[in-house]
Design a protein around this ligand. Structure first.
Ligand SMILES: [Zn+2]
Length: 276
């Protein structure tokens, strides 16, 4: 087995690991030699640059175990520590559930169709801006999520509806997320005014579709309160998406495989209210 950094793809040497209850340390090539079969318990701990990981070996993942990279900051890198990712990936920002500890939720890798409804359908400037937001979401997912406009696309829809009852106070966007268990299957994105469809708020809402929650970092595009400061996903947010897509839905903080019994496949919808 080789233990690999989730961002660099490089092996992690000198790591304390446990394979089937037996302690070991990875060699200079990040390896431990052990006999494993499906279901063998694996764990890693003891490295400040990576989240602890507890999982079970699956032949389907091959012989590389990907570790979640964190950064405490320093020369040339930002501070994207465990708390940053805990908030951005594993803490609910859904209405009525804010701050709750939740498992990782994301869409399956694949193609999704989008369309614009109501007054946005005839607003060429908004459609162009939403296309650009979709390109950013595709890019940050490294092409794993393809978002394309189709006339009746229904996976992700955008509309302006100032009468939506969730649009009170400082709300500038709503993301109604459809889920099956912890798999995000679609989103209905509502703006109180078309001007927000033409802003970075559209990219922020698609960040929710990818599975990101609200960020503690005020300059992030997923910041809990929109500041208009940054038009693209930050490096920390990009790291989060990269590492989320190397994990299954239901993964819990700090990077633990979901229990074998699973969390059910019930369909649900929740709403994320995004404020300025
Ligand atoms: Zn939001």
């Amino acid at each position: 087995l080789t233990f690999v950094d989730g961002i660099s793809g490089q092996p992690v040497p000198g790591l304390t690991v446990t394979v089937d209850g037996r302690p070991a340390t990875t060699d200079e090539l990040g390896r431990v030699v052990a006999t494993v079969r499906d279901g063998t318990p694996l764990a890693s701990a003891g490295d400040a640059a990576h989240l602890d990981r507890v999982t079970r070996y699956e032949a389907a993942i091959g012989d590389r175990l990907i570790l979640w990279h964190v950064s405490r900051g320093g020369e040339g890198s930002g501070r994207w520590d465990a708390g940053y990712f805990q908030r951005l990936v594993y803490t609910s920002s859904s209405a009525g559930d804010e701050g709750a500890v939740v498992p990782l939720s994301r869409p399956n890798v694949g193609s999704y169709t989008m369309s614009v409804l109501r007054e946005l359908a005839n607003d060429k400037e908004s459609v162009a801006a939403l296309r650009s937001a979709a390109d950013r979401a595709t890019l940050v997912s490294n092409g794993q999520i393809q978002l394309t406009f189709e006339s009746a696309g229904e996976d992700v829809t955008f509309e302006v509806d100032p009468t939506d009852p969730n649009l009170s106070g400082n709300a500038i966007g709503l993301c109604y997320l459809r889920r099956s268990g912890q798999t995000i299957t679609g989103a209905r994105i509502v703006f109180p005014d078309a001007k927000w469809a033409k802003s970075d708020v559209a990219t922020h809402e698609l960040g929710h579709f990818l599975g990101l929650r609200h960020s503690v970092e005020g300059r992030d595009i997923m910041a809990a309160e929109y500041s208009g400061a940054w038009p693209f996903f930050s490096e920390g947010e990009t790291w989060a998406v990269t590492q989320m897509f190397q994990r299954k839905q239901g993964n819990i903080f700090p990077d633990t495989a979901p229990p074998a019994s699973g969390s059910g496949a019930g369909r649900s919808e929740d709403v994320v209210i995004c404020n300025r």
